[in-house]
Design a protein around this ligand. Structure first.
Ligand code: AMP
Length: 215
């Protein structure tokens, strides 16, 4: 079962991908995580991507598509979830070509719907462990000890692009570039829209029901 998981920033793509990989053994391909890791490790890719992430803008398609191609080539038969890719129609078309060349297919495109009015609060309150990437929220899922990850004891921080001014740019980028993908995937099918509000377990339940797997 190969999936595309998409939706606005703050819809819960990362959280749901983490649950899917933990319980169904899929491989997560998160372009955002890959860029952040490259920035942390100060690689050439990281240097190229940093300015875009800091500003809340999309990294150029040629860089992003090349990155995804590398990961797809390295799957070794594992099922995958694309989380945060594609983010515009150019990337979606490139993905189609890549999958064709690699004789792979996406079984379902899952769109996580969360009202715009909820996204700002979700994003400004989001915190993330610098070591293991576990995500928290200052109100709905706080750490037991302030600033310390419950899972690994690492420092829990706010992502630089989760500051309000950058979030506004990210939401704008989403509206202009990523939202049109809804129509693209609706037309291609199989496509499903999931209500992304409620607890992460509720959303996960909706997703597994929609993709018809037992977790
Ligand atoms: P995310 O973790 O998915 O919210 O992504 C964080 C940031 O990484 C985005 O704001 C972009 O700067 C960059 N990014 C992630 N995925 C893509 C993509 N598919 N295309 C271009 N930029 C991306």
């Amino acid at each position: 079962m190969n999936l595309i998981l998409f939706g606005p920033p703050g819809a819960g793509k990362g959280t749901q991908s983490a649950l899917l990989i933990e319980r169904l053994g899929m491989r997560q391909i998160s372009t955002g995580d890959l860029f952040r890791a490259a920035i942390k490790n100060q690689t050439k890719l990281g240097q190229e991507a940093k300015g875009y992430l800091d500003a809340g803008k999309l990294v150029p398609d040629s860089i992003t598509i090349g990155l995804v191609e590398e990961v797809l080539l390295d799957l070794n038969g594992k099922s995958f979830i694309l989380d945060g890719f594609p983010r515009n129609v150019t990337q979606a078309e490139a993905l189609e070509q890549l999958l064709k060349a690699l004789k792979l297919k996406v079984d379902k495109s899952v769109f996580l719907e969360v009202p715009m009015s909820m996204l700002l609060g979700r994003l400004t309150g989001r915190r993330v462990c610098k070591n293991c990437g576990t995500t928290y929220h200052i109100e709905s899922k706080p750490t037991h000890k302030e600033g310390v990850c419950d899972v690994c004891g690492g420092p829990v921080i706010q992502r630089p692009d989760d500051k309000e001014d950058v979030i506004r740019t990210r939401l704008e980028t989403y509206e202009n570039s990523t939202r049109p993908l809804k129509d693209y995937y609706k037309a291609k099918g199989p496509y499903v829209e999931i209500d992304g509000t409620g607890t992460s377990e509720q959303v996960f339940e909706r997703i597994t029901r929609a993709i018809q797997v037992k977790a």
